[in-house]
Design a protein around this ligand. Structure first.
Ligand SMILES: [Fe+2]
Ligand SMILES: [Fe+2]
Length: 337
């Protein structure tokens, strides 16, 4: 649940206790999450190229901020959650989207500056200073984009707005793509959650790779929806499972398998050849993810060192130690010291 900053910092006292630091860090994760979806939503509406692409690169910076806050939170023994702060979605024009971007950056600047004044914990102070430098830069970027739209120096897709003014072309196909977009967004949130909870380098690298490509699939859905007058919906309803890395991998395998099946069903629908080509491409990534995730589990088992075997001419005349049961080797073992 998103908690406003004044409900966390209830006094002027310096913040040193871990519990308040953890609450602040989760609060910041929620702020960054809100900014990410706001910027993506507006970039999708504006279309690729020009300022739309610039806004996506700002959203990517916010993703890094979210990761940095989450890493520090986990270092402090906390658990990141993926709620969202205030989001200024509604915008009747590209100029209004930029005004909303300025507003979101001003929120972040105000909140992070106040935290920097109060927090008495060097790693968080350094991080806040670093993030503030980015937010100041973003604030200036959004101001420049707003001016460019106002002066006519920049243009976006005609009628770019959120919500889209419509009409929605091919509504049945768009309903199908829209549900896939929202499902993918929530799957990405799950993978991000598992990534934050894991301290295993290989698992983190793989989960990041998986969600990076899933985001690319999500953007392909969004582009089609926008081009047909429909809005992609960032409905926030992830259902992460609790457990160790093995549990998380099993869940990811089940999700990716379900995606492959959904894509096969969608490919049997009366869709344009362009949409089918896109779905096939997305499905190939999802099928690959299933193989890689299963391979990752198997690889973990094979990583366990085999018992050393001396050369045949020096075989001792004593019984070999019993072979360790494979059942004792779990993917979760990777995250154990
Ligand atoms: Fe940020
Ligand atoms: Fe920012």
């Amino acid at each position: 649940m998103f908690k406003p900053l004044d409900a966390i910092l209830v006094s002027d006292a310096p913040v040193r206790d871990r519990e308040t630091l953890r609450i602040l860090l989760n609060h910041n994760i929620h702020l960054e999450h809100g900014a990410i979806v706001q910027y993506l939503q507006h970039a999708y509406a504006m279309g690729e190229g020009g300022i739309g692409t610039e806004v996506i690169s700002i959203a990517r910076a916010e993703m890094r901020h979210m990761k940095y806050f989450a890493d520090l939170l986990v270092d402090l023994g906390g658990k990141p959650t993926l709620d969202r702060g205030n989001i200024y979605f509604e915008a009747s024009s590209p100029t209004a989207m930029m005004t909303n971007g300025i507003r979101a950056e001003e929120d972040a600047l105000r909140e992070y500056r106040l935290q920097l004044e109060r927090v008495d914990f060097a790693p968080m102070q350094r991080l806040l200073e670093r993030v503030l430098a980015d937010e100041e830069y973003h604030h200036g970027q959004f101001q420049g984009f707003e001016e460019a739209f106002l002066s006519g120096a920049a243009q976006a897709k005609p009628d770019a707005a959120f919500p889209s003014p419509g009409p929605v072309e091919d509504p049945e196909a768009m309903a199908l793509l829209g549900s896939s977009f929202t499902a993918r967004y929530n799957q990405i949130l799950e993978y991000v959650q598992y990534y934050f909870e894991s301290r295993d380098y290989h698992a983190r690298d793989f989960l990041e790779e998986t969600w990076t490509w899933a985001m690319r699939g999500m953007a392909l859905f969004a582009d089609e929806l926008s081009e047909h007058g429909a809005d992609p919906a960032f409905t926030n309803a992830p259902m992460p499972v609790t457990g160790d890395l093995r549990v998380h991998l099993d869940r990811a395998i089940a999700l990716e398998k379900a995606n492959v099946t959904t894509r096969s069903e969608q490919l049997r629908c009366p869709l344009s050849s362009d949409l089918k080509a896109m779905l096939k491409n997305i499905q190939s990534h999802e099928a690959y993810n299933v193989m890689r995730l299963e391979d990752y589990k198997a690889k973990d088992l094979s990583l366990e060192p085999a018992p050393a075997t001396p050369p045949p001419d020096r075989q001792p005349e004593i019984p070999l130690p019993p072979v360790r049961s494979r059942a004792s080797l779990t993917v979760g073992s990777l995250i154990q010291p």
